[in-house]
Design a protein around this ligand. Structure first.
Ligand code: TRP
Length: 363
């Protein structure tokens, strides 16, 4: 019977924010607790983070613990999921090197996520080769664990596509060896990509428009109060527009009917509130107040758990070390399969040695 295996992860370049939460973390915890998977691997992709932070290794190094703390505080449980650090599993690098022969430069150039990143980082003139090849390294991350399921945000879709192509080509050339993974996208449309608090398309550290999972309540409230809403909604009585309206988009992602009972009993649910807003007569302040309450209900326990883990940093590193050791065993097994399939097994292949030896003796 085929095993169901999850692999997913994040670059350690900063603390994780609400965008990560709706895009992947929330789902990961659900999947972990569903009991439907035989193994769950969660990688802290430090090698990938270095592909565009080569000059700032300290940033990557310092953020490994931040990401680990965020994982643990949202409910990733190291007894159920294996959390590990990418560079502590060197087998991944070797796999990536072989996979690079199966992907063309043009193929990576067409990858929309890589394209956007190249623009954002001003890499147009000279792209670091390592950065350019990170989709291939990501294919190694996924296939090394024979992952069947990769729960990620939609921006990662092109990476999974390349991975599937690599798997197809590899198996075709060298024989059935690798497992083709499937992407698992967030289910709620509003969660596909949470905009930044400024209304820009994406929550991103460099844009300074994030609400971090570890933000204190006061900062969360401040950020919500300054959120971009509807520039045409000047007076409360004006009809409001929902499109691009951050508090409503966030409510779509986080709010349940029961929140209205608790925090905003004038409405039974979000649809009623939206209708009032569109009609006119509902101020942004009321919407934001509800959102602050909803977010606080979510973030308070996360913040609390984080505090506890922060008290024992050595224990968190132990979790990462144990996870990395476990991950390494799994990746080594796949690397062994790959080497055998590619016949990179010169010393262990007696037929090769005997045949060549016979051939030369006969000359
Ligand atoms: N590219 C992912 C990000 O930007 C991180 C990552 C690296 C990843 N390897 C992966 C995600 C493998 C899923 C599967 O956060």
């Amino acid at each position: 019977m085929n095993k169901k295996i999850i692999l997913t992860g994040d670059r350690p370049t900063g603390r994780l924010h609400l965008g990560h939460y709706v895009g992947s973390l929330r789902r990961r915890v659900e999947l972990q607790n569903s009991g439907l998977f035989d193994k769950i691997f969660i990688l802290i992709a430090d090698a990938q983070a270095l592909t565009d932070n080569a000059d700032n290794p300290e940033k990557v190094r310092q953020n490994i613990i931040e990401v680990a703390l965020d994982y643990l505080s949202v409910g990733i449980d190291p007894t159920k999921s294996t959390i590990f650090i990418q560079t502590m599993v060197p087998e991944l690098t070797e796999l990536a090197f072989y996979y690079m022969n199966l992907v063309t430069v043009a193929r990576v150039q067409r990858n929309p996520t890589v394209k956007t990143e190249i623009q954002m980082r001003n890499f147009e003139k000279s792209i670091p080769l390592g950065f350019f090849s990170y989709p291939v390294s990501q294919a190694a991350d996924i296939t090394a664990f024979k992952a069947t399921t990769v729960p990620v945000g939609e921006d990662q879709e092109p990476m999974i596509e390349i991975t599937r192509e690599i798997v197809g080509r590899f198996n075709n050339i060298y024989g059935e060896t690798l497992v083709e993974p499937e992407i698992l996208l967030p289910d709620n449309a509003a969660c596909m990509r949470l905009p930044g608090t400024d209304g820009k398309a994406k929550m991103s550290k460099s844009l300074g428009n994030c609400i971090y999972l570890s933000d204190v309540a006061k900062d969360v409230a401040k950020k919500v109060k300054s959120m971009y809403t509807d520039p045409l909604h000047l007076n409360i009585s004006d009809p409001g527009h929902l499109e691009g309206n951050c508090p409503f988009i966030y409510l779509d992602a986080f709010c349940k009917d029961e929140h209205f009972e608790r925090y905003c009993p004038d409405y039974a649910n979000l649809d009623e509130m939206k209708a009032h807003y569109t009609r006119g007569g509902l101020g942004d302040g009321t919407v934001k107040k509800l959102l602050i309450n909803v977010l606080e209900e979510l973030l308070a326990p996360i913040r609390e758990r984080r505090k506890q883990f922060e008290q024992d940093i050595p224990a968190v590193y132990e979790i990462l070390q144990k996870g990395s050791e476990e991950a390494r065993i799994a990746a080594a097994e796949t690397l062994n399969d790959v080497r055998n399939a590619m016949k990179l097994n010169y010393f262990g292949d007696s037929t090769l040695i005997e045949e060549q030896s016979k051939r030369y003796k006969a000359q």
